[in-house]
Design a protein around this ligand. Structure first.
Ligand code: ADP
Ligand code: MG
Length: 247
């Protein structure tokens, strides 16, 4: 069964409809890349999954549970429970500037009860090693490069042991020479079969790491298919034009 099931969601800001009728599914352990021009609704779609935006219509089901059904949201307790299955990594890292690296990692699992993470400190040390930043554990984010900040943001999201990770242009704010170290961590997670949705402009990376591609344009999903199919045999002229511009 699909772990994420979105059907016919719509979302307007004022009288501008930015998600027009979005449906897609993500299976467990799939890596889905979302591509498309700026302003096409990629961030709004991603944020809707984790309840940072509220849709007006449609269904979002996570692990079979309805976050929203026919535009009606589950009660706040259930919404919390459902969205706790997901972690999100943002373009601009959003680390707490007044906390050290390790404090950034440990704050959420310490504050949020009921997650059953027995040893927060072991977990944070393990993740710091995984992202290669053990030696930076006691420094403040301002002392880190953008690439290091983003690796910390990924580790912080992993502290809550999410089943699904959402990335919104994780390398767009980075100098080109720093994107590689972040993509390497995401690739590692893909090898570990983490379920991920990644909004990205890095087409080569999408090709390499994603099983499935969603192409969004102007509030619609115009094309949605396997990575090979979408890159090697796009069906629509609009998709072809977008891909041609990216290379
Ligand atoms: P993308 O991530 O593909 O660039 P977004 O989801 O950020 O697209 O935006 C889609 C559209 O919705 C854009 O026209 C954007 O200006 C608009 N939009 C996004 N967030 C808001 C908001 N909070 N209020 C009003 N309009 C918004
Ligand atoms: Mg965006």
């Amino acid at each position: 069964m699909s772990i994420i099931h979105v059907s016919n969601i719509k979302k307007s800001f004022g009288n501008i409809e930015v998600l027009k009728n979005i449906s897609f599914e993500v299976n467990k352990q799939e890596v889905v890349a979302v591509i498309g021009p700026s302003g096409s609704g990629k961030s709004t779609m991603l944020r809707s999954l984790i309840n940072l935006e509220r849709v007006d219509n449609g269904d979002i089901r996570i692990n079979g549970d309805y976050l929203v059904k026919n535009g009606k949201y589950s009660n706040s307790q259930d919404v919390k429970k459902i969205t706790r299955n997901m972690g999100m990594v943002f373009q601009h890292f959003n680390l707490f500037p007044n906390l050290t690296v390790i404090e950034n990692l440990e704050i959420a699992p310490k504050v949020v009860a009921g997650k059953g993470i027995t040893d927060v400190h072991n977990k944070s040390m393990e993740l710091l090693e995984k992202i290669g930043l053990t030696d930076k554990k006691d420094v403040y984010p301002s002392k880190l490069s953008g690439g290091q900040k983003q690796r910390v943001a990924i580790a912080r999201a992993l502290m809550m042991e999410p089943e699904i990770l959402l990335f919104d242009e994780p390398t767009s704010a980075l100098d080109p020479e720093l994107t590689g170290e972040v993509l390497k961590v995401i690739k590692l997670l893909a090898e570990e079969r983490m379920t991920m949705i990644i909004v990205t402009h890095e087409m080569e990376f999408a090709k390499e790491v994603a099983n499935k591609i969603i192409f969004m344009d102007n509030g619609y999903i115009l094309e949605n298919g396997s990575t090979e199919q979408l890159f090697d045999n796009p069906q629509l002229d609009r998709t072809k034009a977008f891909l041609n511009k990216q290379y």
